[in-house]
Design a protein around this ligand. Structure first.
Ligand code: NAG
Ligand code: NAG
Ligand code: NAG
Ligand code: NAG
Ligand code: NAG
Ligand code: NAG
Ligand code: NAG
Ligand code: NAG
Length: 496
C-alpha cells in the first residue's frame, strides 16, 4: 500500500537532545488536557485571506453528552473489485507482494532516527523507492468531517499519526473524486501559532501566520497544508451520530502523489495526534481500537473497526506487550516483541538478534501493521521458516516466483482438505496460531491448476519485520494504547 515515508528534512531541523520519553508523556498529557476541549475563549483573527486562526488552549470540559463507550466504522477497499476485474490473479498477488515490500520500506524509513544512517542503507532506500501508489492490499475508512458533514475515504494507516484530507483549494492536487471544502463548513478553523501548532513537532513546516504541516511519502510525494480544527462525526454502537469538536487535522493544500480516488489519510498510530488518541477524551479516556479483517471480496467492505471500550472482545484473548517506540521525535509505531516462530509445532530457535531493535539508530524490530498485506520477515528468520515449512509439507514445490513474487509455492489437486504445517508466532506473553487461510495464498491459473504459496516475504531491509494483514484476517485484533498491548482472538468478522 502507501509507500508513505515521512520525509526527514523537517525532522532534521528539530533534532534536539530531548528526553524523548518525558517529551512524549508531557505531550500526551497536554493533548488529554487541552486539545479535545470545546472551543476556547481565545480566537485570534489574524488575517490569512479571510481565515480566522484558532488557538485551542483554554481548558473547558468535554461535552458530557458526547462521552460514549464505543464507536464503530468500517474498513473498506475502495478499488478492490476493480482491481480483481482488471488484473489476473497472478498480477494482483504480485502487486500485493510488491506493495508489501514498499510498505515495509515506508515503515522502516519512518521509524529510523534521523542520524546514524549508513550510506549503504541510504542507497538501498533510493534503489527501492519509485513512485507512490496507495492502498492495494491496504484498508481505508470513511470519515465524516465538517458542519454539515462532508464524507471522505481515507487510508487507515497504523504507521502514522496525522489525519489529513485533500482540500478544495489545493494546488497542486492529486487525482481525487472528492475534496474537503472548508468554506462549506461552519466549524472549520485553521490554527494559529502556539501550543496546538507545536504539537506537530517534526511535521511543522512553518507558523507565519498560520500553522502549516508537511508530511512526506517515500519518494517526492508530499502533502503540505493548514493544520486546522474541525468537527468529526462518528457512529456509536446503536447507530446514532455523535460529534467531536476541535478535532485536529491537516487540510492538504499542496499534494503530490498518486492517491487513486483516496481523499486523504487517517493516522491510527500511537502518537497524540492520531485518530484514536484524539477521540479518547470522548470515550472515557479510552484509546483502544480493534479491527477484524475480511479478505473475501464479497464481504470486503464490511471489516469492522471499533473504538473505545467496545473494541475489547467479549471472549478472552491472547495479548503481547507493545515495546516502546525508540524514535526520538515520534512514538507512532506498534513495535511488538516476537521471540520465535514455530513451524509444525516446533520452535525454530531463530536468533534473538533477528528481531531486535537497535536503540541507537532505531533500526530493526517487528511492527504490527494493517497496511502491509503479507508478513515481511527478516532474512534469517524468513529462510528458517521457509526451509522448515518446505521440509514438512507433502506437496510438490513449483517455481512461481516470476508470476507471484512468492518463492515457495506448491501444486495441489484442489483447495479442499489441504494439510499444511502449523505456523505460530511466539510473541512475548502468548502465541499467535495461524489458521490455514492466514498461512498460504491460494492461486488458480488460467488452466484451472491450483497452487498454494507460503504467504510471507523476505524483508528488503536488514533486521526489520512487519506482521501483515493477511496473517491477521478472521481475528479481532486489539490495539490497546492504554495498556500498551496488542491482543487477538479468532472471530467471525462479519458478525462483529
Ligand atoms: C535520541 O535519543 C538518545 C537518548 O535518548 C540519544 O542518545 C540519541 O543521540 C538521540 N538521537 C538523535 C538523532 O537525536
Ligand atoms: C524527485 O525529485 C527529483 C528532483 O526534483 C528528481 O530528480 C527525481 O527524479 C524525483 N524522483 C521521483 C521518484 O519522482
Ligand atoms: C448521521 O449523519 C450522516 C451524515 O454524516 C447522515 O447521512 C445520517 O443520516 C445520520 N444518521 C442518523 C442516524 O442521524
Ligand atoms: C480524562 O483525563 C483527563 C485528564 O487526565 C481528566 O481530567 C478527565 O477527568 C478524564 N475523563 C474521564 C472520563 O475519565
Ligand atoms: C495488558 O497487557 C498485558 C501484556 O502486556 C496483558 O497480560 C494484560 O492482560 C493486559 N491487560 C488488559 C486489561 O488488557
Ligand atoms: C523443497 O523441498 C524439496 C524436496 O523435498 C526440494 O526439491 C525443493 O527444492 C525445496 N524447495 C525450496 C524452494 O526450497
Ligand atoms: C481429508 O484428509 C484426511 C487425511 O488427511 C482424510 O482422512 C479424509 O478422508 C479427507 N477428507 C476428504 C473429504 O477428502
Ligand atoms: C493463545 O496462546 C496460547 C498459549 O501461548 C496458545 O496455546 C494458543 O494457541 C493461542 N491462541 C491463539 C488463537 O493464537
Amino acid at each position: 500500500m502507501v509507500a508513505l515515508a515521512r520525509v526527514s528534512i523537517v525532522l532534521l531541523l528539530l533534532v534536539q537532545a530531548y528526553n524523548c520519553a518525558a517529551l512524549r508523556d508531557q505531550q500526551t498529557a497536554w493533548v488529554t488536557k487541552h486539545l479535545h476541549r470545546r472551543k476556547s475563549s481565545e480566537v485570534h483573527t489574524n488575517r490569512v485571506g479571510e481565515k480566522k486562526l484558532l488557538e485551542v488552549e483554554t481548558v473547558d470540559d468535554v461535552d458530557e453528552q458526547t462521552v460514549s463507550n464505543g464507536w464503530r466504522a468500517s474498513l473498506i477497499r475502495p478499488n478492490h473489485k476493480a482491481r480483481i476485474e482488471k488484473l489476473t490473479t497472478f498480477e494482483k498477488i504480485r502487486q500485493d507482494m510488491e506493495m508489501s515490500k514498499k510498505r515495509a520500506m515506508y515503515l522502516f524509513k519512518g521509524s529510523r532516527k534521523t542520524s546514524g544512517e549508513s550510506i549503504k542503507k541510504r542507497r538501498l532506500l533510493e534503489d527501492f523507492l519509485s513512485e507512490v501508489e496507495v492502498t492495494p492490499g491496504g484498508y481505508s475508512m470513511e470519515i465524516s468531517i465538517g458542519s454539515p458533514p462532508q464524507k471522505f475515504i481515507a487510508v487507515a494507516d497504523t504507521g502514522s499519526d496525522l489525519v489529513w484530507l485533500q482540500c478544495a483549494q489545493c494546488n497542486p492536487c492529486f487525482q481525487s473524486n472528492a475534496d474537503f471544502n472548508p468554506s462549506l463548513s461552519s466549524t472549520y478553523e485553521p490554527l494559529g501559532c502556539g501550543a496546538s501548532c507545536d504539537i506537530l513537532e517534526g511535521s511543522l513546516l512553518t507558523c507565519s501566520p498560520s500553522c502549516q504541516y508537511t508530511y512526506g511519502y517515500g519518494d517526492n510525494s508530499t502533502t503540505i497544508g493548514d493544520f486546522s480544527s474541525e468537527t468529526v462525526w462518528l457512529t456509536d454502537g446503536a447507530g446514532a451520530n455523535v460529534s467531536i469538536t476541535n478535532f485536529l487535522f491537516g487540510c492538504g493544500l499542496q499534494n503530490v502523489g498518486t492517491f487513486d480516488d483516496i481523499n486523504g489519510l487517517v493516522g491510527l498510530g500511537r502518537g497524540p495526534l492520531s485518530f484514536p488518541s484524539q477521540i479518547a477524551p470522548y470515550l472515557n479516556n479510552n484509546s483502544k481500537f480493534s479491527y477484524c479483517l475480511l479478505q473475501n471480496s464479497d464481504e470486503i467492505d464490511r471489516s469492522p473497526i471499533l473504538f473505545g471500550e467496545t473494541a475489547v472482545p467479549s471472549s478472552s484473548m491472547n495479548t503481547t506487550r507493545l515495546l516502546p517506540d525508540p524514535g526520538n521525535l515520534t512514538a507512532t509505531f506498534y513495535y511488538v516483541s516476537l521471540l520465535d516462530i514455530s513451524v509444525g509445532g516446533s520452535r525454530l530457535s531463530i536468533p534473538s538478534t533477528a528481531f531486535q531493535i537497535d536503540l541507537t539508530t532505531g533500526d530493526g524490530g517487528v511492527f504490527f501493521d494493517s497496511g502491509t498485506t503479507y508478513t515481511i520477515l527478516e532474512s534469517e528468520a524468513y529462510q528458517m521458516v521457509k526451509s522448515a515449512f518446505n521440509d514438512s509439507i507433502e506437496y510438490t514445490s513449483v517455481d512461481l516466483l516470476d508470476f507471484t513474487g512468492f518463492d515457495l509455492c506448491y501444486s495441489v489437486p484442489s483447495f479442499d482438505n489441504l494439510s499444511v504445517p502449523r505456523l505460530t508466532f511466539n510473541f512475548d506473553g502468548a502465541d499467535f496460531d495461524l489458521p490455514f487461510d492466514n498461512i498460504v495464498q491460494k492461486v488458480t491459473d488460467d488452466s484451472s491448476n491450483n497452487f498454494i504459496c507460503l504467504a510471507f516475504a523476505e524483508s528488503p531491509i536488514d533486521s526489520f519485520s512487519v506482521i501483515g494483514n493477511w496473517q491477521q484476517q478472521n481475528f479481532q485484533v486489539l490495539y490497546d494504547l492504554d495498556n500498551a498491548s496488542i491482543g487477538w482472538v479468532a472471530a467471525d468478522c462479519s458478525r462483529l
